[in-house]
Design a protein around this ligand. Structure first.
Ligand SMILES: Cc1cc2nc3c(=O)[nH]c(=O)nc-3n(C[C@H](O)[C@H](O)[C@H](O)COP(=O)(O)OP(=O)(O)OC[C@H]3O[C@@H](n4cnc5c(N)ncnc54)[C@H](O)[C@@H]3O)c2cc1C
Length: 533
């Protein structure tokens, strides 16, 4: 009999994190992964002969420092370096904004003296609220319970802890928190700044993975979600994992294996076995059965409950709600092999700006139009593209003198209107993305010697990201915090005993954080100790 304590569905970074913590606490853990590599959306692969890159997720900040330390990821080979400049935003009119330590104010002053006076206060306000998020990242949000029992008492204590964190905020900070959770980023940015490029800098974070206008209510939260990270102790900074994002998940897999975790690749789960209202194991695609005391799933909750758990085993109202779980990011991802570095008209030649996240999307109006266009036509004719050239910081990715770049493109429709398939439009849209970069850096198109294209449909097929949703479900207020993945299940426990959520569909949501995996492990261990002492 193939029997273990915990079987984890999916070897993405959260499945691996959860596995490592459980094994460190002495449980026997088996991770089963559908693909032939570990890492989920955080992987490095060769996409063109001699050229490797992070295939999907491409930049680090949100990865929790506690997890890096507990799993001793540095000892397992993880090295994260800072970008030499944080962001570069060229404008078609030849102006640009270059941000980073000691640069932002000076660069912004050339665009608007008024905005340069305001930027530090705005960053400070964002940082204060990001600190609140940081305090919540590694703890389960208060969970809504029915009736009165031991669970209700535990949740009351958790709610008090939450209230205590919020109480530390001044009234004015609580107002900012409310704004950031509910308002549109566009409205808030228009109130503070006048320069298009600085608004686009923050506006980009509000539309990344969020198929919405920067003027949509709730987009300010997505902006905040991208601000709670840090690199090597520096808050709000983004960096690069040497060897690409796969270096993070390889280090996690090593940490987990060291503690006895078994990882099976090409081991997709066909079904979660349910007996007497309890999840007791999984059946793999090849028919193999693995029985376990606990089943933890790191896949998108809608995928879990509409494809892997028999719906007859679930409460009807739960199934009805999870069917409406909102997926769909509006992102199109490319990796390109380059014969030479691009040269931008706004700031020609090499320089630190080529290590930055280069945002092509020069105003909030442009971003709003990109979304409107994508809704109508399936993709924006003037898309927003972030270009990142990791080979400027990392010589392990491609031959010397050549480069690799990630293109993270928004907005495209998760599903094309008129019943059209992404399979018929992938190449045409990829050409458009390259032409878009070419407008800002003439000659870029000619330097592309290889390319990998991932439409929303490809992201779903390759990684199990339904609708291409990079976060395993939209980061909207009704799908966040105590409502992620559903009110009553924010404590990482599913609607069946023995079934847990350890992926990005649980609090605090998407991004390479490791937090859902960490938090789910804590709950599984608590339940295990309650049962077995
Ligand atoms: C294009 C793109 C760009 C992104 N950019 C960034 C970025 O730069 N920085 C950042 O922090 N975040 C980024 N993200 C978000 C981040 O990558 C994800 O939120 C995160 O990696 C999800 O991790 P996870 O472990 O929760 O799930 P996943 O990484 O999705 O892992 C789930 C695993 O489950 C496996 N699986 C699916 N079905 C089954 C099955 N039936 N049986 C067994 N296994 C199964 C999958 O193959 C996968 O390995 C990006 C995501 C995408 C897609």
């Amino acid at each position: 009999m193939n029997q273990t304590d915990v079987v984890i569905i999916g070897a993405g970074h959260n499945g691996l994190t959860c596995a490592a913590y459980l094994a460190m606490a002495g449980l026997r853990v088996k991770v089963v992964e559908r693909r032939n590599v570990v890492g989920g959306a955080a992987v490095t692969e060769e996409f063109h002969p001699g050229f490797r890159n992070s295939v999907a997720a491409y930049t680090v900040s949100l990865l929790n420092p506690q997890i890096v330390s507990d799993l001793k990821l540095a000892g397992h080979g993880l090295q994260i370096v800072e970008r030499r400049a944080q962001n570069f935003l060229p404008s078609p009119d030849g102006s640009y904004l270059l941000t980073g330590e000691g640069r932002t104010r000076k660069s912004l002053a050339k665009l608007s003296a008024r905005d340069a006076e305001k930027i530090d206060a705005f960053n400070h306000q964002l940082e204060e609220i990001a600190d609140v998020l940081r305090a919540f990242v590694l703890r389960a949000p208060p969970n809504v319970t029915q009736g009165f029992g031991p669970g209700a008492i535990g949740e009351a204590i958790n709610a008090l802890g939450t209230a205590n964190i919020l109480r530390r905020l001044s009234l004015e900070q609580q107002r900012s928190l409310l704004d950031l959770f509910t308002r549109s980023a566009g409205e808030m940015l228009d109130e503070v700044f006048e320069s298009d490029l600085v608004k686009a800098l923050f506006g980009f974070d509000a539309v990344v993975g969020n198929y919405a206008s920067p003027y949509a209510a709730g987009s300010a939260y997505v902006m905040l979600h991208h601000a709670f990270g840090e690199v090597n102790g520096k808050k709000g900074v983004w960096g690069h994992a040497i060897g690409g994002m796969g270096a993070i998940t390889k280090a996690m897999a090593r940490a987990a294996s060291l503690h006895g975790v078994e990882i099976a690749l090409q081991a997709g789960v066909r079904e979660v076995i349910v007996e007497r209202d309890r999840a007791v194991g999984v059946i793999l695609d090849d028919g193999e059965t693995i029985r376990a005391r606990y089943v933890a799933s790191s896949v998108n909750p809608k995928l879990l409950y509409t494809r892997l758990v028999p719906s007859s085993a679930l409460p009807g109202e739960f199934v009805a709600r999870i069917k409406h779980w909102r997926n769909g990011s509006g992102t199109f991802r490319m990796n390109v092999a380059l014969s030479a570095l691009p040269s931008f008209t706004a700031l020609p030649g090499p320089g630190d700006h080529l290590t930055a996240g280069i945002i092509l999307g020069p105003s909030l109006g442009y971003m709003d139009r990109a979304w409107q266009d994508a809704r109508e036509r399936g993709w924006s004719r003037e898309p927003i593209v972030e270009v990142l050239i990791p080979s400027t910081l990392d010589d392990t990715l491609c031959p010397p003198g050549q480069h690799v770049a990630s293109l993270f493109c928004q907005h495209v429709a998760p599903e094309l209107p008129g019943g059209r398939s992404w399979d018929d439009h992938r190449e045409e849209v990829a050409d458009l993305m390259i032409a878009t970069v070419d407008k800002y850096a003439p000659g870029f198109g000619e330097s592309v010697i290889g390319r990998q294209i991932l439409s929303p449909l490809d992201l779903e097929r390759q990684f199990g990201l339904l609708g291409g949703d990079i976060f395993h479900g939209a980061l909207t207020l009704n799908q966040l915090f105590s409502a992620r993945p559903m009110l009553g299940h924010a404590d990482y426990r599913g609607p069946l005993r023995g079934l847990y959520h350890c992926g990005s569909g649980a609090h605090p949501g998407g991004g390479v954080t490791g937090a859902p995996g960490h938090n789910a492990a804590r709950v599984i261990l608590r339940d295990h100790r309650a049962l077995f002492g």
